[in-house]
Write a protein that binds this ligand. Sequence first.
Ligand code: TLP
Length: 344
Amino acid sequence: MNNIDMRSDTVTWPTPEMRHAMAAAEVGDDVYGEDPTVNRLQEAAAQRLGKEAALFVPSGAMGNLIALMTHCQRGDEAILGDLSHPYIYETGGMSALGGIQPRTLRNQPDGTLDLEDIRLAVREDDVHFPISRLIALENTHNRCNGVPLKAEYIAAVGELARQHGLLLHIDGARIFNATAALGVPASELVAPADSVTFCLSKGLCAPVGSVLCGSADFIRRARRIRKQLGGGMRQAGVLAAAGLIALDVMTERLGEDHARAARLAAGLAEISQLIVHPQHTNIIRFELAPDAKVDGQDMLAALAAEGIRIGYGGYWGFRIVTHYWIDDAAVDKTLAALGRIFAK
Ligand code: TLP
C-alpha cells in the first residue's frame, strides 16, 4: 500500500497471490450455480464453519440482510444490540427492505447482550405484539472495541433461543479474528447459530465478498433473497478465487495484526492526552482526554501530512484498525508521529 491506512481493515488490497489466482480463475455463471470457483469457495466455507451449505454474497451488509430476510417475515422482530453493525451501520436495511422491526438491547462493554435482557425482550403470544423471531450477535464486536465473544456465552444464547423457539444469527464479519484471539475454531464459536456471515474483504484481504453459512434448506431460500436484492453475481469466480486464499491462508496470520494492535494500544496509552479503550483484537478505539492540547481535526491533519490515516467516528472518537498491510515499521512511524503531535 502507498500509505499507512488504518481507517479500517476494509481498505486492504488483495495480496499478489490473490491477484494471480484471480487472473487464472475458472469461471461460470453463478446465478445458474455454474461457477466452479464460487462453488469451491462455498463448500470450503461451509466446511470451515461447520455448516451444511454456504452462499457467496457481495458484502457483509448484504449477507446480514439476506440472513434476516430469510429467517424473518415482514413485521417480525429481531433482537439485537444497540451497538450492532446491522442496527447502526447498515442504513436501516432490515426495516427498509425487510420490514423487520429491530428490538435493540443495550450492548454490554464485552459485546454481549445480557441474557436476562434477552429473556425479557421475547414477546408473549399476543395479538398486539410482533412475533419475536431471531436473536443476532456480532463476533468480534466492532463498536465494542473489537472484543471477541466466547463460545460459552454464544452457547448460552443458543440455548435461550431454542427454549423460546427463536433463531440465532451471528454477524461474524471478523469471526476469524475471534478465533485467533480465543484459540477456538470458528466452527465451535458459531455451532449454536442457525446462520453466520463472515467477510473475506476485511482483514483477510480479498477485494470483495462475504459468505453466508447455514443449513442446506436455509441457503436454498437465502439464494432467492440474494437474487431479489440484486446480489446474484455472474462470473464471480474471479472474486471467489481471492476468497479461497483469504480462507485458506489469510485466516492463519491474524494474530500478527492483533500483536501490532497491542503494541499500538500500549504506545497510545503512554500519551496522557489520550483515553485508550481496551484492545482485544485488531481494533483500537481512543478519545482525546478533556485536557488534550491538540484538537482532533488537527491531529488527523498532522497524521495525514505524514501519510497516516486513522478512523474518525464523530462523538464515538477515533479508531485504528491493523491489517495485513500494516507492518512493524508502520506501527513505529504512527507512534512516533503521535508522540510528536502531542509533545507540542
Ligand atoms: N464494517 C465497516 C463499516 O461499515 C463500519 C468497518 O469499517 O468496520 N459486520 C461488521 C461487524 C462490520 O464491521 C462490517 C463492516 C459489516 C458487517 C459490513 O460489511 P461490508 O462493508 O462488507 O458490507
